[in-house]
Design a protein. Structure first.
Lengths: 377, 628
């Protein structure tokens, strides 16, 4: 009778939810109890709000819940293996080859590359099984990526109590964040729109980021934990950066789906891909969610700037380019929502939007100097 | 509307200029970059401060006005629609909807079930009986989507107005009318005339002040174009202490200023510590930790003249002060002191940068006003496992420093180099060495002329070196030796310098052959190189920093920003507006139940997309199930 009860999807749903919620709440309460003296009131508020945010995400999306539970399990396991000694990542087999942050991130890279290949094979062979495997590889990559980031967070405190910080402070770390957020958004749409055919396109932009991470790791050796410069030592970083990357991730998905749209409109791969109306809707929804988060991120950035640099808007190159990105997508949405524009023009526009966004994200750091370079105090 | 959008596009493109051309640089930089003609032209069209230029602000103003007009035009329409239930529609118009469903053979309709269903779906419902006995149910939801339009546009307007409030329109107007003028002279703040001062009633500013430890001030400076304005403050700020903390890697960890704020209106001073990300606001003025510099550090310096053997001159100097020494008529200007220098010494090698200790930057200016810039590090640095005292020199700020590397002895001091250098400069010692070498090389006594000429050449070569380093030797070879023998001569000369120097070193420090090990030979080589490089160094002086008493200055930024509240309020409105425009779906539904049987369902939305199709299918099928 128990097996029957357990099999019933409703019961397992309840069990999953209870497990998920108790992990979230338990983790937060444990952190509050143990590390209370290291956190200011804002950081505590962010911790509790993130419990709310993750509960909401999990409530609306079962798959996410499963990934997070596994991330929890793997990260806690890794932390146990460390026993508080950083050099254990060279001695303990499982850490060295699987769970230390740099190994986990390498596994993330591997699974993303494999997922890209399989998505394309699945698309061209019209093979749903390959699609399913590619999709689960993407989830696995996300699992490893998140574990890698969380373990890195822990490792940073092992390097030095004053050095420890959330790993979203330099290009290496935010590129990982970008891969994770973009994949999660894509996996969500994959489930919602019931099509796995677009992975072949979305995984391209993710693998471009993977390429960057590899170059950054092996050529530049920039994968180490660096202490935070004074300007970045703020709880605002925990909100501003992720919100921005949800924006970047969503805009990237929109651009990649736009490629699929444009090909399909030219009758290339059209029979392999979802209907144009579905692609169009997906582009719109990605840009819409990206736009909201980007708006919020920019505003939060302004509030942070008012605290750190003495003014909510300094026309710093990064700020100005954020404004240009914002204006671009505002106009995009305006033409679509208010003017009812549809079709190839919007797809091309979304593609150009990604170029502007990429420049705002990377180009500004590379070519223009300003407050966001953190070169000066 | 399209006017507003093209304004936005123009604004976007215009703001790119300001990201490519570095804004608010000193004007000299622009002159160097563009040349006089283009400099003036670009200055006229305001390219050095794009975001505060008249034309940029005008676009912004136009944008505000046109958006405002849009909102005022559309708001009444939206509100009317918000309140209205269109219950006058007839059967014919319902049939003209793109999304409608005609139902025949309806059973006896249980109206309350339909209404309950619609309410469950979050519709607002109104029911109307027509004269002919038909019943029309009007339902709608997602009205707030329309309000989103108002929220977003009002948000944009409020943000822009807030921004304009904090911009410098007010000052611009005063400047145009001649009430205010930018001060360009470098004079004490107290001497700045009223026309270049902003008094304490100035509603909005972003100003800077630099306070040395222990000093206080009640004015700040607003940088404008090629000059500045003086902003008077309603209180006095004193810097009690400034601290920089470092991580173990040497990277700065925190910058903190202990401030005392004295306000005549208060009986007691306020003490407050500010750090980056933690400003302090008093009387609407926020005080930020912005940067830091030297505040007049006291330096004890030993000034060695490497060309003679005199004892070094002791100088007490202070950063930002000039010293003129009688003996050489040169002016020494001390510009900066740094306690920490994080350098990566191995070029091209991936190595963690580390702290190499204090440095002094100074200029040596001659009578005609020309100056060279120097930097001296207090402690020796390890370069390829050898330790050197490093000084750099450059002729213009655009150049990289060229470095003089003086080898440190085993005790980590400069003493051995100085002593060896004095031996080099001692003619008697050199002659002794030359004699010794000649005696050793030319064995038999009867060859005295050969011996003598060998001795002479050693003397000559060493003198050439002592008077001008390796470049002097090279010049001499160039002038006196035929081309085909140059290579050979260079080898021979260098060898003689080497051997003579080792000999000199040995006899000067009373060492046996055994004691001249690899490390001693390297030291001699390095000392010779340093001695030779000295002639390319622009001055024969070596500054040995023996002691210092650091005094730092904290750079504060002071802002008053009445627009901030409005910008935040506008942002909130904007976010609410965008959210409701995107995530609220407006739906209108009519259900006409005819007295003689049959019904029509019609659904409309101001956005036709997949979600609407799905919603239409769902709602119409559900109603069909209830009433059929």
């Amino acid at each position: 009778m128990f097996t029957k009860l357990f099999k019933s999807s409703k019961i397992s749903f309840v069990i999953l939810n209870v497990l998920y919620l108790s992990l979230l709440l338990g983790g937060a309460l444990y952190a509050l109890k143990t590390f209370s003296s290291y956190m200011d009131i804002y950081e505590k508020a962010i911790l509790l709000s993130s419990v709310g945010f993750f509960s909401w995400l999990g409530w609306n999306w079962n798959h996410f819940k499963k990934i997070i539970i596994l991330v929890f399990a793997l990260s806690l396991f890794a932390i146990q293996l460390y026993l508080g000694v950083l050099t254990n990542n060279e001695h303990v087999f499982l850490l060295k080859y699987l769970l230390s942050s740099q190994s986990a991130i390498m596994w993330m890279n591997v699974f993303f590359v494999l997922a890209l290949v399989l998505y394309w094979l699945g698309l061209l062979a019209k093979n749903n099984l390959l699609d399913d495997i590619a999709s689960s590889f993407t989830s696995t990559a996300v699992l490893f990526g998140f574990t890698g980031l969380l373990v890195r967070w822990y490792e940073s405190y092992l390097i030095g109590l004053d050095i420890g910080h959330i790993p979203i402070s330099n290009l290496y770390e935010v590129f990982i964040l970008f891969c994770l957020i973009t994949s999660l958004l894509y996996l969500f749409y994959e489930e919602k729109f019931n099509t796995k055919k677009l992975g072949a396109f979305v995984l391209i932009v993710i693998n471009a980021a993977v390429g960057f991470i590899l170059w950054y790791t092996f050529d530049r050796h920039a994968d180490g934990v660096q202490p935070l410069v004074p300007a970045l030592q703020s709880y605002w970083m925990k909100i501003h950066v992720p919100a921005n990357f949800i924006g970047y991730g969503a805009f990237s998905i929109a651009a990649m789906v736009s490629i699929a749209y444009l090909l399909s409109a030219k009758k290339i791969l059209a029979s392999y891909l979802p209907k144009l109306a579905v692609l169009d809707d997906l582009i719109y929804k990605s840009i819409a969610i990206g736009f909201i988060f980007f708006t919020v991120a920019t505003i939060l950035g302004a509030i942070w700037a008012a605290e750190a640099w003495g003014g909510y808007w300094s026309w710093d190159p990064k700020e100005t380019w954020a404004l240009i990105v914002w204006l671009n997508y505002a106009a995009w949405l305006h033409y679509r929502i208010v003017k009812g524009l549809r079709g190839n023009v919007l797809a091309w526009w979304a593609l150009i939007g990604l170029i502007i966004t990429t420049f705002a994200f990377l180009g500004v750091n590379m070519f223009l100097s300003g407050l966001h370079s953190y070169g000066e105090l | 509307m399209s006017f507003a959008v093209s304004m936005l596009v123009f604004l976007g493109i215009a703001s790119i200029i300001g990201t490519i051309l570095k804004q608010n640089e000193p004007y000299e930089n622009y002159i160097i970059k563009f040349g006089q003609f283009w400099f003036v032209f670009f200055e006229k069209i305001g390219l050095y401060d794009v975001y505060q230029s008249i034309w940029f602000l005008t676009i912004l103003l136009f944008l505000v006005i046109s958006t405002t007009l849009c909102v005022t035009k559309n708001t009444p329409i939206i509100f009317k629609d918000f309140l209205l239930f269109k219950d006058s529609l007839e059967e014919k118009s319902l049939l003209s909807f793109t999304h409608h469903l005609v139902l025949k053979n309806t059973k006896k309709v249980n109206l309350s079930r339909v209404i309950n269903y619609l309410k469950l779906e979050k519709f607002k419902v109104r029911e109307k009986s027509k004269d002919n006995g038909d019943i029309l149910i009007v339902a709608k939801k997602g009205d707030f989507q329309r309000l989103g339009y108002i929220f977003t546009h009002v948000g944009v307007v409020v943000i822009c107005l807030g921004g304009l409030l904090d911009g410098n329109l007010f000052f611009k107007a005063q400047e145009l009318l001649g009430y205010k003028k930018i001060e360009t002279l470098d004079i004490p703040a107290s001497k700045v005339p009223k026309v270049s001062r902003l008094d304490i009633t100035n509603p909005s500013f972003r100003a800077n002040m630099t306070l040395a430890e222990g000093s206080s001030d009640n004015v700040a400076f607003v940088r404008k174009k090629d000059g500045y304005l003086v902003q008077d403050l309603p209180f006095k700020i004193t810097l009690k202490d400034f601290r920089i903390e470092h991580y173990s890697t040497g990277m700065p960890k925190s910058f903190e200023s202990d401030l005392i704020i004295s306000d005549p209106e208060l009986s007691q001073d306020i003490t407050k510590t500010i750090t980056v990300n933690h400003p302090f606001t008093y009387k609407g003025i926020s005080i930020y930790q912005s940067d830091f510099q030297d505040g007049g550090t006291n330096l004890d310096i030993k000034l060695w003249n490497l060309l003679n053997s005199n004892a070094p001159q002791k100088i007490n100097a202070k950063i930002f002060e000039k010293i003129k020494l009688d003996k050489d008529q040169l002016t020494y200007e001390f510009n900066d002191f740094r306690k920490f220098n994080i350098l990566n010494l191995k070029e091209g090698v991936k190595e963690k940068p580390r702290n190499v200790g204090p440095s002094v930057t100074y200029k040596i200016r001659n009578n005609s006003g020309q100056a060279r810039e120097y930097i001296s590090y207090q402690f020796p640095m390890l370069i390829d496992d050898r330790s050197f005292f490093i000084s750099g020199m450059r002729e213009t700020p655009q150049e990289e420093f060229k470095y003089l590397k003086i080898p440190a002895d085993k005790k980590g001091s400069i003493a051995e180099f100085i002593s060896f250098k004095e031996a080099l400069q001692n003619k008697i010692l050199i002659e002794m060495v030359a004699k010794k070498m000649a005696n050793r090389s030319v064995k038999s006594d009867n060859n005295s002329s050969v011996k003598q000429s060998f001795e002479d050449s050693v003397n000559k070569i060493m003198t050439l070196f002592v008077e001008g380093g390796f470049s002097n030797i090279a010049q001499n070879i160039d002038n006196n030796i035929p081309a085909n023998e140059k290579e050979k001569a260079v080898q021979a000369y260098l060898k003689i310098i080497d051997i003579a120097s080792i000999e000199l070193y040995k006899s000067h420090f009373n060492l046996s052959d055994k004691e001249i090990d690899q490390s001693a030979i390297r030291f001699i080589q390095e000392a010779l190189n340093a001695y030779s490089d000295m002639f390319l160094f622009g001055s024969p002086y070596y500054f040995e920093l023996t002691n210092y008493e650091q005094k730092e200055a904290s750079g504060l930024q002071l802002t008053k920003s009445p627009g901030q509240f409005w910008v935040y309020l506008g942002s909130l409105s904007l976010v609410l507006g965008i959210f409701s425009m995107i995530y609220l779906h407006e739906r209108k539904l009519w259900l006409l139940i005819k007295a003689k049987g049959g019904a029509i369902i019609a659904v409309s939305s101001n956005r036709k997309n997949i979600d609407f199709e799905l919603d239409y299918k769902k709602v119409s099928q559900a109603i069909k199930k209830i009433i059929q």
